[in-house]
Every structure is written in structure tokens, then in C-alpha cells.
Design a protein. Structure first.
Length: 280
């Protein structure tokens, strides 16, 4: 059974590309498996979050593809939820990584007084992130209906926008925190080749995720019939491609590699000068 043009149009408000959706699914499968392989190699199991996000993205595109065969309300809701919510979990990887870096510095140099604490970085950002994701989930769950235009569009749109604004603000706060850690001498990032590479990857992932969330924020603020919501090319460029790039960065610049390498770098004496020297 093939869905009619009118059935598909009633949900998307444009005719989506099946071939591009299949390509996206294939690329996310490859990226998810390669990140998983690197995670198994490094044994930094929190990085499994990246693979889970990739697999959930695959599920979203699988639902998108299924709409061409049978345009159903359930598949449409699942597609929206899987493509909107999971990418935000990638920020958790950023928060945990920064917390682990601060923890490793404190472990290597216990005499240093570090303003940013490892547990504070992880838990403060983690809790606020989950609250923002809950708002996104509630918004996605109430903003679509089985008769075309959303019945609860106003409420769902408001919840999605509030959740996305919270995520954007949170990512900006995290970026400021990461920059603070990077430039402060007591953390010694500028004297560590390993940490320099890790922070470069962190910055890249953070900026890509921030750009994606800003795109989604503008998209939802325009509504379901807005320019961005009905422009598939913009969706693939400013959402799918950016999330895929984050997965690829997490493959070729896997944070676990640097978290394993840093203690060895310290032992070999290739990193920081003493805290007293740095502070002069």
C-alpha cells in the first residue's frame, strides 16, 4: 500500500524526499556504529549516549520513510519526537566530558584550588537539561494530531519554544564555563596538547548543537506552516547534517581517547608547569 499525495501532504504540508531520508538513515547507522566501536575501545561508557542518539535518529527517519507507504498518525508523532528530542541529549555528553576533565586535573594536581568543581559541572547542567527536555517532550507530544493541523498547536508550540530557549541558554552557559576552564592557568589546558585537542572537539560539537537548536527554535516560532517547517532542504542542512557532524566528531575525536591519554601525558611530564609558576 502506498500513501496518497493528499495523505502525506496533510502531515508534512510539502512532499518530502524518500531517497534523502533513506540516505540519512544509512549515514546515521554508519556513524552510530563507528562511535560505538570507539566507545568500546576506550571503555568510556557514558559515550554510549552518542550512539543511542544516532539510533533514535535512525528511528525517526525510518518513521519518515514509512509515511510513504502508509501515512499514519502514530508514525508521524514518533518521527517528530525522535527527530526533535534525542539530539538534545548530546549536550549531556559535553557536560559529563567537561566534568571529567576537571576531575582529572584535580586528581593530577590536588593542591590546586579549582573554582569549577567536577560534580557541580555535571549535576547542575544535567538536572536543568532534563527539565528542558521534559518540556520539549511535552510540547512534541501535544503539538500534533491525526487530522492534519495540530489541535493543541498553541500549547505544544509554547512548550517546545520554552524548552528550546532553556537548552540554548544552558548551552551558552556551558560554553562560557568551558572557555573559563580553558583559559584559566590552574587548569593547565594551554600546556596540554591532549586537552587542547579535546577542547577543540568540545567547542565544535557545542557550536554545532547550538546552531541546530537555534534553527529549531526559529522553526517552531514560525509555526507548522512557516518557511523553515516546510523547507526540507533547510531541515537536512541545519538539523540532520549538523547532528551527523557531531556524531562524526565523536568518532574521529572521541572524547574517551583524550580522557585516557591525559593521565599518561601528566605522568610523562609533557604537560603543565607547576601551579605556582602558572599563576605568576
Amino acid at each position: 500500500m502506498t500513501a496518497t499525495y493528499a495523505d502525506v501532504l496533510s502531515y508534512f504540508h510539502f512532499w518530502p524526499s524518500r531517497d534523502v531520508a533513506i540516505l540519512a538513515l544509512s549515514l546515521f547507522l554508519f556513524a552510530s556504529l563507528t562511535v560505538l566501536a570507539m566507545t568500546i575501545y576506550t571503555r568510556k561508557w557514558y559515550m554510549v549516549i552518542v550512539t543511542i542518539v544516532g539510533l533514535l535518529e535512525m528511528g525517526g527517519y525510518a518513521c519518515r520513510i514509512s509515511m510513504f507507504q502508509n501515512a499514519q498518525y502514530g508514525a508521524y508523532v514518533a518521527m517528530q519526537c525522535l527527530l526533535i528530542i534525542p539530539p538534545s541529549f548530546l549536550a549531556l555528553v559535553q557536560y559529563i566530558t567537561l566534568g571529567k576533565v576537571v576531575g582529572l586535573v584535580k586528581q593530577a594536581y590536588p593542591e590546586r584550588n579549582l573554582l569549577v568543581k567536577p560534580k557541580a559541572v555535571i549535576w547542575w547542567f544535567f538536572v536543568i537539561e532534563l527539565l528542558a527536555l521534559a518540556l520539549q517532550g511535552a510540547g512534541a507530544g501535544t503539538s500534533v494530531s491525526n487530522d492534519g493541523p495540530p489541535k493543541n498547536e498553541t500549547l505544544g508550540k509554547a512548550l517546545l519554544i520554552i524548552g528550546l530557549v532553556a537548552l540554548v541558554v544552558l548551552i551558552v552557559c556551558y560554553l562560557i564555563t568551558a572557555i573559563f576552564v580553558c583559559i584559566r592557568p590552574e587548569y593547565g589546558v594551554k600546556h596540554s596538547p591532549t586537552l587542547k585537542k579535546l577542547f577543540a572537539a568540545l567547542y565544535a560539537c557545542t557550536l554545532l548543537l547550538l546552531t541546530r537548536n537555534i534553527f529549531r527554535l526559529i522553526e517552531f516560532s514560525q509555526g507548522w506552516y512557516g518557511h523553515l517547517a516546510t523547507d526540507e532542504k533547510m531541515f537536512y542542512i541545519l538539523d540532520a547534517l549538523l547532528i551527523l557532524l557531531i556524531l562524526m566528531i565523536n568518532t574521529f575525536f572521541h572524547f574517551g581517547l583524550y580522557l585516557k591519554a591525559y593521565p599518561q601525558e601528566v605522568k610523562q611530564g609533557h604537560t603543565h608547569r607547576t601551579a605556582g609558576t602558572e599563576m605568576i
